[in-house]
Design a protein around this ligand. Sequence first.
Ligand code: ADP
Length: 482
Amino acid sequence: MPQSKRIPFWRSLRTKFAMTYLIIVAAVLVLLNTYPVLVSQNLAYRSKQTSMLNQASVLASALATGPEALTAEGAARTVELLLGSLGATRVVVTDPAGRVLCDVEEGSQRTDTEGRLALFWEVVTALRGNNAFRSDYLDGAFYSRAAVPVTYRSMTQGAVYLYEYDAEQGAMLQGIQRNLRTISLVIALVTLAMGVVFSQTLTRRIARLLGAIRTVREGEYSHRVSVRGGDELSRLADEFNELTGRLQTTEEVRRRFVSDASHELKTPLASIRLLTDSILQADHMDVDTAREFLTDIGDEAERLTRITEKLLTLTRLDTARDVQTVPVEVAPVARRVEHMLAPLARAAEVSLELDLEEGCVISSTEDDLYRVIYNLTENAVKYNLPGGKVWVTLRSDGDWVTLTVEDTGVGIPEADLPKIFDRFYRVDKARSRAAGGTGLGLSIVRDTVRQHGGAVSARRREPEGTCFTVRFPRLSGEEGGT
Ligand code: ADP
């Protein structure tokens, strides 16, 4: 018995689901932690750029009052005047060469830098006539620098440089970051818990299905599985139950067939055994009695042959899928059957009448069609009464060819009609046996007719007897090539 192998952890559906889930959640969390912070940083940068360049420009216009060069005292005065309205931590004013004229830091004048070159990148840019701005966010604080040229009638007289250290906005940003981290942690924990519950439920449901499949594989065809949820898995379970139901039916039919077939084969074999024992045990058997016994043995052997032949035909019908068919005209085949059965009909004192429409062509094989008509007509003769009648009629209407075999025989009780096409089913076992029947004839008829796209049915005939009707799809002239 093949044992189910354990699925490696990394291959299991659960791991695949969990990994996908984790990757998606991680991506969302990374995005949640970076994007808002980046946007806020960018916003702060832009607002600082605008406000600091504006402040620097106001100071620069206040400094550029005339064509005279800037002086250290003039610059210090103007800076002092405007310092209150500037948010900068350090203000530097330089001459056109970049030498410091005035340097005020946190409200007080720095004298150590006066006259030195202030060669910051921003100052150099401003002295070239352009505004410059730079802001860095480091350890929760913004370090921003802005510089603009001091111009009078397009003459560069110097530069104004502002420096600002801002921890307030930085703290705000850090607060946002902290909050986002807490939210992310909560989301991660909740999704993790949900993921574990989801994947365990999924695994449990799949395991239930797998368990059911294994049980059925062991031959327990009555086993059914119930997977709730109304999703694909429960649909799978429904389909599985449906499949198992069919398997169960097929298995039951197969078992019954095998047991019926064994029983049918056992009966003639037992008779043969009994007859041979009788011959062997008789001390002095006269030739006539021995011949009688041997004739019986021969009859039983013939019966065995008939049963096995019919079983083989049924098996062939069961397994054959694509049968090579040819256009077959029905009337000549029916006449051949009549010719073969005429002696039997004469012996049974039954008259056989044919009323056949010519030109009815179907897609089949001669042998199959012969078998169908032969079985039905033979039954009509076999289950008839002396002086009875059998009519074989052939008609075509539209797309169908209809063959009816009617008789005035013993008839079939209404209750037995649905079962007579079952294998080994016989209404009157003794009569069937006496007539050399096997109970397989009508099953063969039904299977053969179905294989060629037709249908067969039986009904009681009024006032007596039975009527069998077979319908085959009709082949038109072009299709049949006739
Ligand atoms: P069998 O070999 O016993 O004839 P069939 O499968 O041909 O087996 O028929 C099944 C049973 O149906 C027969 O045993 C018989 O009882 C009944 N049956 C079939 N055809 C007729 C008929 N024309 N009239 C009455 N009974 C019939």
